[in-house]
Design a protein around this ligand. Sequence first.
Ligand SMILES: Cc1cc2nc3c(=O)[nH]c(=O)nc-3n(C[C@H](O)[C@H](O)[C@H](O)COP(=O)(O)OP(=O)(O)OC[C@H]3O[C@@H](n4cnc5c(N)ncnc54)[C@H](O)[C@@H]3O)c2cc1C
Length: 339
Amino acid sequence: MDRYLELINPMLTVRELRAEVTRVERSTADSVTLTLRPTRQWRGFQAGQYVELSVDIDGVRRSRCFSPCCSQHRADGRIELTVKAHPEGLVSQWLYANAAPGLVVGLSQAGGNFHLPTPRPERILLISGGSGITPVLSMLRTLVDEGYRGELVFLHYSFTEADVAHLAELRDLAATHGNVRLVLAYTRQTEGGDLHGLFEETHLADSAPWYAEAQTYLCGPPGLMATIRAHYAAKGIEDALHTEEFTLPVFTPADGDATGQVRFGDTVVENSGATLLEQAEAAGLTPEYGCRMGICFTCTKVKTSGCTRNVRTGDLNRDPDTEVQLCISAPVGDVAIDI
Ligand SMILES: Cc1cc2nc3c(=O)[nH]c(=O)nc-3n(C[C@H](O)[C@H](O)[C@H](O)COP(=O)(O)OP(=O)(O)OC[C@H]3O[C@@H](n4cnc5c(N)ncnc54)[C@H](O)[C@@H]3O)c2cc1C
């Protein structure tokens, strides 16, 4: 039914959730902010969660995850996504170049466990780096909309001031809410801002001296996240740290895993130990993928034989004829995939 209806109006759907781009803004030189009006199937989201957005590029449907950066209480029910244009990224570059009001995209319902608890904690530290600002900005905007009275620090890392998305609004929120403190850390700019250089433990003490008694929500590049995780673990307060990742942490194969051969249909390669998706791409194959971190199942294929390791959990899958997600499965010895 939706295939026929879309010929009349792509926003008239019976089952499929879609959204129309209603506004396009460029808050930094390499990002684009899209406002989306979802169809009536949209069930809303909690600040911090993500959606999958799909677009057709050269006749192929591509899906990627994005975290809404608006308040979950936005009155008009629209959602706002800020997409960083990755230098060689397919979908982000396409959106940066082509998204315009009137474009209709595919949308999923919101998902993910990265969100604030109810009731809200008394003290909250939001930490982000680069494009990881989106889910925590959504938390900040949501808390402000709720009239949150607790202590709230927003610590954001960027290369320079020019790279901070939504900077004017962040400054405005901090200036108009006595309980909100904005701390800007620049890693490639020595003037302006509040902190300079890569993350150091003193940054936490300087920005939110009470952080050990607070709940911290963190989203940023793998290096920043690993350092902050290690710091919280060393202090024994890892339970107070809640994280969201946009990419998988760097994966090192276990001893003895990178042996034998991987067979992708008729293509056979020496097992390098990397994930099946990376090995397939290195062999010149182009399997479909979405999130590249085990969320969306777009890259699921059947493993006909051999053993794979889930790079997120370390679990082994020795069963033949089972589905595996190429992006988070690394072959252990000889493996055959039906591609
Ligand atoms: C939960 C979640 C939330 C997210 N929220 C946001 C957000 O709010 N804003 C945002 O900007 N981003 C967000 N992302 C990231 C986003 O989903 C995309 O990963 C990002 O936009 C890049 O997609 P792309 O299509 O432009 O790049 P892709 O084309 O998918 O490329 C990404 C990387 O994949 C690798 N790659 C791709 N093709 C190949 C190949 N043939 N061979 C080898 N390597 C290859 C490269 O390392 C490349 O840099 C989020 C991700 C997740 C998982």
